[in-house]
Write a protein that binds this ligand. Structure first.
Ligand code: NDP
Length: 240
């Protein structure tokens, strides 16, 4: 039987590459998104991967969303990739409470919501793979990203704790910390700042979405069963 993989924010950017890679590798994939309906329909037409809309920052929405995925795909979740994320960059002295709350609830509370709702069935099956997408900026901080860096650092602590709790149950829990990857999120960075960032990347370029997707494939492989609680840097050699 095919293993069921659920990717949040899975119809666009890095998430879309992850969904496609898992699909190509023979997993039965569900891709979640929030509001990009047109994009999700295009993704569904191109890939034939099922796409489901809900807000991962809302526990009740996650509960009904996961229930629907399990109903449509005919089983429980074997592989969860928590990829959905947003930025609301601003220096702290100008940051509004809503920019803080939006980033923490979307990037960090979502990881609690999703993991909380799948962990019991993984424990019962004695198998599970959870990959949480953190960020280089969760490890080293970034100007204008106290909210984002806090959320992404929080993901790393969460990952390590859940890995310990789940280790005896055949469940691995790992994080990936991508460096700068070319997507809509990084398109929003002004060109002069992008050029400065590029100069600081030893490989000399931004990463591409498939390079992150490939590292997810590695971590979710059944044979990667001895790798848990780790943070895999996919960042072109940036020194942390
Ligand atoms: P994009 O902005 O291209 O895509 C974000 C995805 O998340 C979209 O599919 C979006 O859905 C979804 N999403 C956002 N909010 C919610 C929500 N509340 N509920 C459900 N889905 C939601 O981002 P990237 O592909 O660039 O980033 C993906 C992940 O990788 C993020 O966690 C990001 O922080 C992380 N990352 C990215 C880096 C980069 O350089 N790009 C570097 C390091 C980490 P919709 O299409 O409906 O809007």
């Amino acid at each position: 039987m095919k293993k069921i993989a659920l990717v949040t924010g899975g119809t666009r950017g890095i998430g879309s590459a992850i969904s496609r890679a898992l699909n190509d590798a023979g997993y039965l994939v569900a891709a979640n998104y929030q509001s990009g309906v047109e994009n999700a329909e295009k993704f569904r037409d191109e890939t034939k991967i099922s796409a489901f809309s809900w807000d991962v920052s809302d526990y009740k929405s996650c509960e009904s969303g996961i229930k629907e995925v399990c109903r449509v795909l005919g089983g429980t979740i074997d592989i969860l990739v928590n990829n959905a994320g947003v930025t609301r960059d601003c220096m702290l002295h100008k940051m509004r409470l809503e920019d803080w709350t939006k980033v923490i609830t979307t990037n960090l509370n979502s990881v609690f919501n999703m993991c909380r709702l799948v962990i019991q069935s993984m424990r019962e099956k004695n198998f599970g793979r959870i990959v949480n997408i953190s960020s280089v900026n969760g490890l080293k901080g970034q100007v204008g990203q106290s909210n984002y860096s806090a959320a992404k650092a929080g993901i790393i602590g969460f990952t390590k704790a859940l890995a310990l709790e789940s280790a005896s149950k055949g469940i691995t829990v790992n994080a990936i910390a991508p460096g700068y990857i070319s997507t809509n999120m990084t398109e929003a960075i002004p060109d002069d700042i992008k050029e400065n960032i590029r100069k600081g990347i030893p490989v000399g370029r931004f990463g591409c979405v498939d390079e992150v997707a490939n590292s997810v494939l590695f971590l979710v492989d059944e044979k990667s069963s001895f790798i848990t609680g780790t943070v895999l840097n996919v960042n072109g050699g940036q020194y942390l």
